[in-house]
Write a protein that binds this ligand. Structure first.
Ligand code: ME8
Length: 650
């Protein structure tokens, strides 16, 4: 069985998890799930980076020991991941005793080989980055990351001969064009290797300055540089070095693996780590996959700006699967993306509530109405049915290809071409008209074609939205499909997956529309205060001012027949109707009459509709007209006339 190993950065425990950490970890989870779907033995690894100055400083500020501090925050990370639907197979801490021992073996191996030497070094040290900067690397004398003035430190330290591997690494990157991807980061890494001789890497800190680290096995007065310790996690987590030659161990099974990082840590992963692996005589990772930064409303997330996004709160507020979908769909992998409540609400309402959710809701409720919720048989197929299935098959194949290339946004967009085509097919095939004309065989074929195509989407969306995928599959009468190469091939290449006659869900409310809350809405420019307008008489009671006949003529009043009626998914007081006005397609009308009527009693009723009002959204559903009613003593009656649908009223 092919294996697949994906890692996230191990996060510093000096800060609580935020949106950026959640993004990398959710992406790693979806990749692991995707590779499981391909039938591979997939493993995902995350963890926490717990040594170094930064952590000591944070612990001191919190008034606790470094150990107590790291135990606390590490468990916040560990406990967060399952709540975001993440199934990590391992969680490594750099304070784990096995990791510490393994790092010492790695250090000793490089030392014995002569790749680590002792020397004097003076440099500009940034405590935030925990690294030395050369004069050239500083920007106006400041650390380019933190914009703070580094401290000039001169001391004796151990160095890793990184320069020795410079040419070999450069050649390796040239020979393996997708070793670091997307391409812009490969070019950045190459530029680092081509801009003169690479400096050797200072891999120790004297204990006189820092004790919170892994002691060097060859000099007890020094601890390891935090990055040297941290990078090794990717193999120590697999049980290296004890199982280096053990065919059945995790190291041989999963290494070399795939790394996922953001652009901030390209250098350690693109330069330090592969040269360390070369020196240790170990295979290099397969790919370094580098993503961009999440900005919040186009601004860098930072504690001081108070705009740090708590991923758990966001997932709870918007729905976990909706949040996961948004992150993968919105960010073009490799580029920066902007997070805001408006962006997530717009995306979720358009793609999930309107497109996917609405498709499931309307098809399942039609199937309930016309076939008592049983999967109808497929009759003779027409060209339109074949075109739809072909569109879905192409979309599914594109989705799999693009997702494998980490082009998540494009992959989802490809899958959505199928969802949009299905909604269009519903409108064009107009099952309600087939039902009216009694063409049950054609009606069954249309609904069955839809259900089969919907199943493919439900199955394929699992890596991104595992819970919703399971619900959708169950709604179609197939509990969570198996994950194997054969199962995926079935979904991609066969068109029939459901059982004729099986009773399936009669309704679906997967993704309720999100409403913008006051604090989420963009600030409106303040309006000039106007003098209060004279109060109009209350509309319902008092007589209204006379109007011109030409005003009355502006009204387009028509007779409509209610074809379908149901409760509005997001509002108790509203009903949603499909009303035939004699036009090509029925109109969707939303009306606030739920307190007075049961939806099922209204199907088939003739009503009077104001047909030329502009469409209006009512709790997320578009209303394309207004049904007229007469009010009396708290009761309500529908205006009606015995005339065919579409007759105009004059
Ligand atoms: O660098 N957008 O840890 P760290 C997207 N311990 N991703 C973001 C992000 C943002 N705005 N902010 C952070 C470290 N990330 C080291 C790693 S690995 C051997 C050692 C994510 O806590 C992204 O994955 O600073 C980034 O690379 C990582 O968090 C940095 O996490």
């Amino acid at each position: 069985m092919k294996s697949y190993y994906i890692t996230t950065p191990i996060y510093y425990v000096n800060a609580r998890p935020h949106l950026g950490h959640a993004y990398s970890t959710i992406v790693a989870d979806t990749l692991k799930r995707f590779h499981k779907m391909l039938g591979e033995d997939a493993r995902m690894q995350t963890g926490t980076d717990e040594h170094g100055d930064k952590i000591v400083k944070a612990a001191t500020a919190a008034g606790v020991t470094p150990q107590a501090f790291v135990d606390d925050i590490s468990s916040v990370f560990r406990n967060l991941w399952p709540q975001l639907g993440i199934e990590n197979d391992g969680f490594i801490r750099t304070t784990d005793p096995e990791h510490k021992k393994a790092v010492q073996v790695l250090l000793q191996r490089l030392y014995d080989k002569g790749d680590i030497y002792f020397g004097e070094y003076g440099g500009h040290y940034c405590y935030g980055c925990e690294r030395f900067y050369t004069e050239k690397e500083l920007e106006n004398g400041l650390c380019p990351q933190h914009l703070t003035k580094p401290e000039y430190i001169s001391e004796k330290n151990y160095f890793f001969k990184m320069s020795k591997y410079q040419d070999a690494l450069r050649q390796y990157i040239l020979d393996h064009p997708d070793f670091i991807r997307p391409e812009r980061y490969r070019n950045e890494a190459l530029a680092m290797l081509e801009g003169g001789v690479l400096e050797d890497l200072c891999i120790s800190r004297p204990k006189s300055r820092l004790t919170w680290g892994i002691e060097l096995p060859f000099d007890k007065d020094y601890v390891s540089y935090v990055w040297f310790d941290a990078l090794a996690n990717y193999i120590t987590a697999l049980g290296w070095p004890d199982n280096e030659n053990d065919e059945s161990g995790n190291y041989r099974k999963y290494w070399p693996g795939e790394h996922l990082v953001a652009k901030d840590i390209l250098k350690p992963h693109g330069i330090f780590w592969p040269t360390m692996l070369m020196a240790a005589g170990l295979p290099l990772y397969k790919h370094l996959n580098v993503h961009g930064y999440w900005l919040v409303k186009d601004t860098k997330m930072s504690k001081s700006l108070g705009n740090v996004v708590d991923p758990l709160k966001a997932a709870e507020h918007f729905g976990l699967d909706a949040f996961r979908y948004f992150l993968l769909r919105e960010m073009n992998f490799g580029s920066d993306a902007s997070y805001s409540p408006e962006a997530i609400i717009t995306r979720v309402n358009a793609d999930l509530a309107n497109d996917l959710g609405n498709l499931f809701s309307r098809v399942l409720s039609m199937n309930a109405k016309y076939f008592e919720s049983k999967v109808p048989a497929l009759g003779n197929q027409l060209e339109a049915d074949d075109i739809l299935s072909e569109t879905t098959d192409n979309a599914a194949a594109n989705f799999v290809q693009l997702f494998g290339e980490l082009r998540f946004s494009q992959a989802l967009d490809a899958l959505w071409t199928a969802i949009r085509a299905m909604n269009k097919y519903v409108d064009e095939q107009a099952p309600w008209t087939l039902a009216k004309s009694g063409d049950t065989e054609r009606l069954g074929t249309v609904i069955r074609t839809l259900l089969e195509n919907m199943y493919k989407v439900a199955y394929l969306i699992w890596p991104i939205m595992p819970a919703s995928s399971a619900t959708m599959q169950a709604q179609l009468g197939r509990p969570q499909g198996p994950l194997s190469e054969a199962a995926l091939n079935d979904v991609l290449h066969y068109r029939m997956h459901l059982r004729t006659g099986l009773e399936i869900a009669s309704s679906s409310n997967l993704f309720p529309r999100l409403e913008m809350e006051k604090e989420e809405a963009p600030a409106k420019p303040k309006k000039e205060k106007k003098a209060p307008a004279p109060k109009a008489a209350p509309a319902e009671t008092g007589p209204k001012a006379p109007i011109e006949f030409t005003d009355f003529q502006k009204l387009d009043l028509r007779i409509g027949t209610i074809l379908a009626a149901e409760q509005h998914p997001n509002a108790d007081k509203l009903l949603r109707f499909d009303v035939d006005l004699g036009e090509e397609k029925p109109r969707q009308i939303v009306s606030g009459i739920a307190a007075h009527f049961k939806p099922e009693d209204l199907v088939g009723r003739k009503v009077v509709v104001v047909a030329n009002l502009p469409p209006r959204k009512l709790r997320g559903l578009e209303s394309q007209g207004m049904i007229l009613t007469a009010e009396f003593d708290g009761g309500l009656s529908l205006l009606t006339a015995d005339a065919p649908s579409g007759s105009s009223i004059a």
